[in-house]
Design a protein around this ligand. Structure first.
Ligand code: IMP
Ligand code: MG
Length: 174
């Protein structure tokens, strides 16, 4: 087993997912919901959330990557984008973590330019103190301190995404 300092256990995560999913189910009851997972990071959170949302919905994805060297300039590359007309859809973006906010802010602007009926954001983790760009978050799993975390979809060098829990990354894990 890979160790590091565990921050949130599988049980804690699953309890939080159920709470968030039930709020989402209530808030979107009777609305045409389009849940959009931001890959790769959100794959596990997204699949856990959507299987606990008990209203009809459709799913899509955005595959985005940020250029490591221009972290604060906010240049992102979109490899796959939400398909079709979204002007009659209530879009819910589902993200793994908001750090500086630069990535999510750009994705948010792109979606808004396509004039959805509404746009809300659900992020599993919120590293609040690192924020450079304000992004409105409607559903948040956990607010975390400024530490690099891995697991539950989050990676270091594309590894550790498969862990069912969140760990504070330590170089010795690598
Ligand atoms: P932002 O644009 O600075 O908000 O960056 C957000 C992206 O950086 C996330 O979607 C993650 O891919 C990555 N990221 C930020 N903090 C962490 C972390 O602690 N662990 C793993 N990835 C992180
Ligand atoms: Mg991400």
């Amino acid at each position: 087993m890979i160790t590091g300092r565990p921050l949130f256990s599988e049980e804690q995560i699953q309890a939080k997912v159920k709470q968030l999913a039930s709020r989402i189910s209530e808030d979107y009851n009777g609305k045409d919901l389009l849940a959009v997972g931001i890959l790769k990071g959100a794959f596990m959170f997204f699949s856990d959330i959507v299987r606990h949302v008990d209203i009809p919905m459709t799913l899509d994805f955005i595959i985005a990557s940020s250029y490591v060297k221009t972290e604060t300039s906010g240049e992102i590359k979109i490899h796959y984008d939400v398909k079709g007309d979204i002007s009659d859809r209530h879009v819910l973006l589902i993200e793994d973590i908001v750090d500086t906010g630069v990535t999510l802010n750009q994705i948010r602007e792109r979606i808004l330019s396509r004039t959805p009926k509404s746009l809300k954001i659900c992020s599993f983790l919120d590293k609040k103190e690192r924020r450079l760009t304000d992004v409105p978050l409607d559903y948040v799993g956990f607010v975390i301190p400024n530490e690099f975390v891995v697991g539950y979809g989050l990676d270091y060098d594309n590894k550790f995404r498969n862990l069912p829990y969140i760990s504070v990354f330590k170089k010795k894990m690598y």
